[in-house]
Design a protein around this ligand. Sequence first.
Ligand SMILES: Cc1ncc(COP(=O)(O)O)c(C=O)c1O
Length: 462
Amino acid sequence: MLGRVDRWRTIIEPFRIKSVEPIRLTTVEERAEKLAEAGYNLFNIHADDVLIDLLTDSGTGAMSAEQWAGIQRGDESYAGSPSWYRFLEAVTHLFPFTHVIPTHQGRAAEKILFSVIGGVGKVIPSNTHFDTTRANVEFTGAEAVDCVIPEGRQPSAIHPFKGNMDTDALEAVIRERGAENIPVVFVTVTNNSGGGQPVSLANLRAVRAVCDRYELPLFLDACRFAENAWFIKEREEGWADASILDIVRQMASLADGMTMSGKKDALANIGGWLAMNSDAWAEQCRNLLILTEGFPTYGGLAGRDLEAMAQGLREVIDEDYLRYRIRSTAYLGEALVEAGVPCVQPIGGHAVYLDAAGLLPHIPPLEYPGQALACALYREGGIRGCEIGTVMFGQRPDGSESPAPMELVRLAIPRRVYTQSHIDYVIEVIRWVAERAGELRGMRIVQQPSSLRHFTARFEPL
Ligand SMILES: Cc1ncc(COP(=O)(O)O)c(C=O)c1O
C-alpha cells in the first residue's frame, strides 16, 4: 500500500507560513543595471535585488514558531545557563560524545580542533574536505588529503553513495605517510564539495575498520547529518524501517568526535559545535575556546542561539521534513535533467549543481562559463546561484590561471524558505536560459585580489 504522502505527486511543504518577507519583483532592465554596477559578481548584489536567493543553504533557513519561542526563552547567564543544558541534551541525544564544545559556527570548531591536533608534517585524510576545513588544516601547516571514491569526482557518474570514502586510497595514505603523522581521519556527511552526496553506513563502518587497524580516531564533519541519514534510510539495504534517530546514532557510534555547523542541519541562522570523546583533546580545545570564542557553556553564542539549535535538532530528524527537503531538491534537479539541462547526478541533498561546461561548450574555461551562466540566471530571472569552477579554483599562487576540473553553478536551497511555486519559477527561468545557451558570451576579469577571488573579482562580458 502506498504511504500517506507518497500517493500524491505534489510535494507539499510540511508547514504553514505564519510570517512572510516580501520579495521585490524587479525587471530584466533593472537587474542588467545592477549586474553592471556589481562588476558581474553576484556577491556584490544587494540581497533586496534578488528574487530567489540560492547562493547558500548555510544560515539562510527559516526558523519554526517553536524556535522563535526558544529565542524568547534564551537565558543569557554567562556560566551554566539553562539554555546551554537544553542545547547539550539535544546534541547528546543524537551524538552521545563525552565532550560538547559550542562555537559560533562550523569553521570556529575546525580552527580550534586543528590548532590542537594539526601542525607541520601532519596529514588529515577525508572523503572530501570542505573548503573551510581544508583551509583550517592548511593554516596549521598540515596537509589535507581527499580520498573520495572515483565516482565522486565525475559529474555524471550515478552511484547511491557518491560521497563514500575510497578505503583503499585511505589506507594507502596512512601507509605512505605513517599513522603517527595522522592525528584524525575525517568523513564529511553529506559531502558538500562533491555535490551534497551521501555516505553509507557500510562505508562509515569500513572507514572505522581502517581507523581501528591503525588506532586512529574518526571524526565526522556532520553539517548535513540528517540529510545523510535520510539517504541511508532511502537507499541503504536494511535501513528502510529504521528511525532517523537510530540512523544518526549509528553514524555517531562509529565516530570519536565531530565538527558541526548549526547553520545547516541544526536549522539555525548561526552556531556550531565541536564534540569528542578524548578528555585530553577536549581540555586543550576548551582552553583555546576560552581564548577565542568564550566560556565553555556558551562558546561564541548567545543563550538564545543555543535554544534555536536545540529546537532545530528536534525538528530536523522529523521524517515529513526530511522527505520534503530531499524530494524538493530532487524535484528541481529532475525537472532540469528532463529538460536536457546538464546537472551533477544523482541530485544531492541541499543543492543542484548545473554543469556549465556541458551547457556552454562554446565558452572556454578561461572565459568562465559558470560565471556567464550565473549572471544570465540573475539577469533573466533574479536567481542568485554561485559559480564553482575556474573563477573559484583557477587562480594559482604565482598569478597564472588554469581551468578547474569542473565548471558548475550551485543552486543551494535554503531550508523551509521557498515553496514549490518558487522552484517552478526557477525551473522555468533555467529552461529559458538553457534554450538560448548559444547566445551567451564568456567574461573576462578586470580586477581581482591575489586569492579567494570569487568573492570580490570584477568582470566584463566579452
Ligand atoms: C561540509 C561543511 N563543513 C564546514 C562548513 C563550515 O561551516 P560554517 O559556515 O558554519 O563555518 C560548511 C559550511 O558551508 C560545510 O558545508
